[in-house]
Every structure is written in structure tokens, then in C-alpha cells.
Ligand binder design. Structure first.
Ligand SMILES: Cc1cc2nc3c(=O)[nH]c(=O)nc-3n(C[C@H](O)[C@H](O)[C@H](O)COP(=O)(O)O)c2cc1C
Length: 416
């Protein structure tokens, strides 16, 4: 049986180990994690989600407090439409995160940025354009357009000098979504360089409804490969979602996929942004502890651990400081849910909002424990410490396990 290392992803003359670590916001797929993937010859993603917050944490900028201060008189108002991002600050945060990561890059692999279109930031077009163009300016190797179909994103970048040189890819969850993208972009002078096909077992937001369990990644990938073949379109296809072992990955590569995108196994890596106490929750989880729900204010189903502190929290919306999910009219489904509960319980000092959570605050604080379907298998990928906790792994160990393992085996790390 073949293993992943028998294959290479080809971009022109470049040969890449066909393992791509998926983007995980907010700062779950850190620079350090992406840099390891690139050093080992594969592709790593940083994420463009909430970068002003991320650079405050890593580079001591003060973007969040500056915005909070500017709009502090609005904190108790339900209408958040005046809360706007300063585009120069968004650009500066993106510049810092991307340039520092690219300066540190070593090895033959590549670093891409996962761009979340759903972060509409109260001015969808302008903020998206700023994020995309700044990432290109700062030398990112590629951009993966995620979460929501970016039908107009190529057009936002087409005048940039790197429009043809950077690798640009899309994430779709169905053939129909791919066809829609290709049709809407048929007048563009370029095609996507790769297509990530994300199935229903992935972590983060899903591109399916609550009937996600009816769908199957392998069937969707087969349909898309067939369509591309019929249309004589030579675009690498990269399946994602539930690819847990090197053998799972190799079986996709043997049947025409160009690489795989994986994430869940890396949530328990040292280099991952998730704090270690939360990583232990991921290790401990059983299948029953994981659910897909409609708690995210984006309107997309999201998979997470049921004991995520975000669920049921009634925290005051913090849009003056954050506000990444505000739509073009300054609305967010969490604000509506929160205000409904406040009106129902006017005397309460603390309220609980059961149907939605504040995505910005809880993702920033690592309190929304989003995860892939197979998170309950993570405990089988490591050793138990004497105190009952699980050993956190190095990204290199996980990457090499995908690259070299056969027969569905998972290599355990050396004992600490
Ligand atoms: C913790 C976590 C956070 C994620 N966040 C994002 C994200 O911000 N944007 C995105 O496009 N995909 C996100 N994903 C999806 C991954 O990039 C990837 O496509 C998918 O999880 C792969 O399946 P696997 O986790 O079963 O390997 C996330 C996945 C996880 C596990």
C-alpha cells in the first residue's frame, strides 16, 4: 500500500509534500504551526480572523483598546452601525502578522492565509479588500478563500501585481458551489490554483445545513474530480474533513486528489494556539461530547465540544472592541439574542443566552471549543502522563505520522 510520501503536490515546477494544515481562527493555526508545516515541506495556514486582536497579543499593538476607546459611548446601545474598523489599522495588523510569519519561513514548503469572508466587519467589501491586498503585499505564498463563497474576491485582487503569482484557492463543500464560483469568475484571467473540498466531518463552520450527516466527503470529491475531468480543467483537488490517518490521506491521493487538508490532529500540537488545559479537553472528549449546533451568529452550523464555556454564556456584546461579525448594517444575531434576553429579564444581574454566542469574544478567549468530528480519537494518538493528562505532541511528529504511516497505524510519540 502506498503512503503519503509517495506523492507530491505540484505547483508549476515546485514539489510540495501533499499535506496542508488547514486554517484555524482565531490564532489556533498560529504562525509557529504554519512555519513547521512549511519547514517540513508541506503547506501551513495562518488565519486572517481578528488580526488586530492577534497582533495585540503577539506584537504589543493597541488596536483593540484604541477601538474600544473610540466607541465607548456606544457600549450600551443596541445599534452598532457606527462601530467601524479603521482600515489603516486592519492593514497594519495584517501587515505585521503576515510579514513576521513570512520572514521566519524556512524550508521548501509554503505558507497560505485562510481568509474568512464571513467576518464582514461592518463593511464587508472594504475590510475584505484590505485584508486580501495587504496579505499579497507582504508576500504570502497563497490565499485560501473560506467560510462563505467568495464570488467577488478574485475581482477585488485582480489589479494586484501578485494576482497571478500568489496561489489562490477556494473551499467548497459541493459541486454546485464550485460550479457557481467558476461561472461567476468566468471572465477572470485566471482559475483557482487549488480547490479544497471540505466534507461534513470538518471542524469550525460547516458548508452544510443541519442535515450534514447525509453527506459524505468521498462522494463529493469523486463528483468534483469527474466534473473537472469532463471540463478539461486541471486544478488540484484537496479533500478535507475527517482524514485522520496517513492511510486515509494516501487513499485520497491514490484516487486522484492532489493533497489533503487536515486540522483536528494538529489541535493537540505544542505549536497550536489552543491553551494546554483546553487541549486536554479535546483529548478527553468522547464521541458523545461533540455536537454540531447553530450557536454561531454567522448562521452556519459549527462543530464543537458540548462543554464549551461559550455555550449559554450571556456576555455583553463587545462590538466596540471587536465587532468582526457585524454585517454591512451593523447587525449580528448574537446582539439580537442578547437584547431579547435582557428585555425578558430586566432585573437580572447575569443572563444566559442559550441559542447564540458571541463568536468574537469567545473565539478570542479560546472558550468556543470548535473541533473536528474525530476529536474523540485524539486520545489514541498519544501517551498518557502519570498524572492522567495526555502528552501534547509536536507538529513535526503529527506531520511525519501523516507522511510516512501505513496500514491505518498511528505512531505514538516517544515517552517524555
Ligand atoms: C479548531 C478548528 C478551527 C477551524 N477554523 C477554521 C477557520 O477559521 N476557517 C476555515 O476555513 N476552516 C476552519 N477549520 C476547518 C479546517 O481548516 C479543516 O478544513 C478541517 O477541520 C479539516 O478536517 P479535520 O479537522 O477533520 O482534519 C477549523 C478546524 C478546526 C479543527
Amino acid at each position: 500500500m502506498k503512503r503519503v510520501d509517495d506523492f507530491r503536490l505540484r505547483f508549476g515546477k515546485r514539489e510540495i509534500v501533499p499535506i496542508m494544515i488547514g486554517g484555524m481562527g482565531v490564532d489556533i493555526s498560529t504562525s509557529e504551526l504554519a512555519l513547521e508545516a512549511a519547514r517540513l515541506g508541506g503547506i501551513g495556514h495562518i488565519s486572517d480572523a481578528m488580526l488586530p486582536t492577534v497582533t495585540d497579543r503577539h506584537y504589543k499593538t493597541k488596536f483593540v483598546s484604541a477601538k474600544q476607546k473610540q466607541y465607548k459611548l456606544n457600549v450600551h446601545k443596541a445599534d452598532k452601525s457606527i462601530v467601524q474598523f479603521d482600515l489603516a489599522q486592519v492593514a497594519e495588523a495584517t501587515r505585521l502578522h503576515v510579514s513576521k510569519t513570512m520572514e521566519a519561513k524556512r524550508g521548501e514548503g509554503m505558507i497560505f492565509i485562510n481568509c474568512m469572508e464571513k467576518l464582514t466587519m461592518n463593511a464587508p467589501r472594504e475590510t475584505l479588500r484590505t485584508r486580501l491586498l495587504t496579505a499579497l503585499d507582504e508576500g504570502i505564498d497563497g490565499i485560501t478563500l473560506a467560510a462563505g463563497l467568495h464570488l467577488g474576491s478574485f475581482a477585488l485582487m485582480e489589479d494586484h501585481p501578485r494576482f497571478h503569482d500568489a496561489k489562490l484557492g477556494i473551499i467548497v463543500s459541493s459541486l454546485r458551489a464550485l460550479q457557481l464560483f467558476l461561472r461567476k469568475n468566468s471572465k477572470m484571467s485566471r482559475l483557482p490554483d487549488y480547490i479544497v473540498v471540505e466534507g461534513p466531518l470538518a471542524g469550525g463552520h460547516l458548508g452544510f445545513g443541519m442535515d450534514w450527516a447525509k453527506y459524505d466527503l468521498r462522494t463529493i470529491v469523486t463528483e468534483i474530480l469527474q466534473y473537472l475531468h469532463n471540463e478539461k480543467l486541471d486544478i488540484p483537488v484537496i479533500p478535507a474533513g475527517g482524514i485522520f490517518t496517513g492511510s486515509d490521506a494516501a487513499s485520497y491521493l491514490e484516487t486522484g486528489s492532489a493533497a489533503v487538508q487536515v486540522a483536528t490532529r494538529f489541535t493537540v500540537a505544542d505549536e497550536c494556539g489552543i491553551p494546554e488545559n483546553v487541549q486536554q479537553e479535546y483529548f478527553r472528549a468522547s464521541e458523545n461530547d461533540i455536537e454540531v449546533n447553530m450557536q454561531s451568529p454567522t448562521g452556519y452550523p459549527m462543530r464543537m465540544l458540548k462543554n464549551s464555556p461559550a455555550i449559554g454564556s450571556g456576555i455583553r456584546p463587545n462590538c466596540e472592541a471587536f465587532g468582526y461579525v457585524l454585517d454591512a448594517n451593523g447587525r449580528c444575531a448574537y446582539i439580537d439574542a442578547y437584547n431579547r434576553e435582557v428585555a425578558l429579564h430586566p432585573e437580572a444581574r447575569r443572563i444566559s443566552v442559550k441559542d447564540k454566542f458571541c463568536l468574537c469574544t469567545h473565539m478570542r478567549n479560546y472558550d468556543c471549543w470548535t473541533c473536528g468530528h474525530y476529536t474523540y480519537r485524539l486520545k489514541d494518538t498519544t501517551r498518557r502522563n502519570a498524572d492522567g493528562t495526555y502528552q501534547v505532541l509536536s507538529a513535526e511528529h503529527i506531520f511525519h505520522d501523516y507522511q510516512f504511516s501505513t496500514d491505518n497505524k498511528i505512531a505514538l510519540p516517544p515517552p517524555k
